[in-house]
Write a protein that binds this ligand. Structure first.
Ligand code: HPA
Length: 268
């Protein structure tokens, strides 16, 4: 772990206490309010040197450490995307810090467009796998052999099953599928959507994949859930915009919060 991450872990433990965190949670567009549900200590990203500015509206740029449903968690209310800085490893420091806080697992959430006609706006999709359609990688430049990260079962089958069980316990439909990472910030063209659908993607978005690669690199287990905020370009007459994403995210977010709470409750 970098010295910067070690220093931040010390700062955070001084503020939030020494209890190890079990799970990290990265919140996607329109989902940031979940950070406020945690009974704990909130630290603005601005107070954590090297943390992203999380300058995308709809995010909640603070780290909250505390208990959610009796489980010690670290909730990242905002993320940095590749398209903000041109750095695919923009989330490396926060994920290193998560590891330093003791976490063994990371749950990533995002807003995404659907490529499946029957996976409509408001649906939730648990990632079974991903397609790195960007060709970028957060580990480019990493000098150690640890950079050769195996990516089979990158989305941990046991965590996925636990999330599916939690969803079914809550009566929430949780689809499963493959997420494709598109760099953004422009949305995809209909031809690109057609291409990635043929390649095997079920949903598309501008995040998550680099975070999953980094977390696997650091030895964290990963699970990820997309909230479908729109049908992908060319699949419906629906308009696609960031405003639309933010407006639609709460439909899935309410269900996502129930699933995550149930998942954590069942653990504790
Ligand atoms: N494409 C990429 N990212 C997204 C989309 C989309 O259609 N919707 C929400 N985030």
């Amino acid at each position: 772990m970098s010295k910067n991450a070690d220093d931040l872990v010390r700062i955070i433990r001084d503020r939030a206490g020494d209890t190890d965190v079990r799970f990290g949670l990265i919140l996607g567009s329109g989902l940031g309010h979940l950070a406020d549900a945690v009974d704990g200590v909130a630290i603005d990203y601005d107070e954590l040197p090297g943390f992203p500015h999380a300058g995308v509206s709809g995010h909640n740029p603070k780290l909250v450490i505390g208990a959610l449903e009796g489980v010690q968690v670290a909730v990242f209310g905002g993320r940095s995307h590749y398209y903000e800085s041109g750095r695919a490893d923009a989330m490396r420091l926060p994920i290193e810090v998560l590891k330093g806080l003791g976490a063994g697992s990371l749950i990533v959430t995002n807003a995404a467009g659907s490529l499946q006609p029957d996976m409509v706006t408001g649906s939730l999709m648990c990632l079974t796998d991903h397609i790195n359609f960007s060709g970028l990688n957060p580990l480019i430049g990493e000098a150690t052999d640890a950079r050769f990260v195996p990516m089979k079962d990158a989305y941990d089958p046991d965590l996925r099953q636990a999330l599916l069980d939690a969803a079914s316990g809550e009566g929430v439909d949780l689809d499963q599928g493959v997420y494709a990472w598109y760099s953004g910030p422009s949305f995809e063209t209909p031809a690109e959507i057609n291409a990635i659908r043929i390649l095997g993607a079920d949903a598309v978005g501008m995040s998550t994949v680099p975070e999953t690669i980094l977390a696997r690199f650091l030895g964290l287990k990963v699970a990820a859930i997309s909230t479908i905020t729109n049908m992908a370009a060319g699949m419906s007459d629906e308009s696609i915009s960031h405003e639309h994403t933010k407006a639609m995210a709460p439909i899935g977010a309410a269900k996502l919060e129930r699933v995550l709470r149930r998942f954590l409750r069942d653990l504790s």
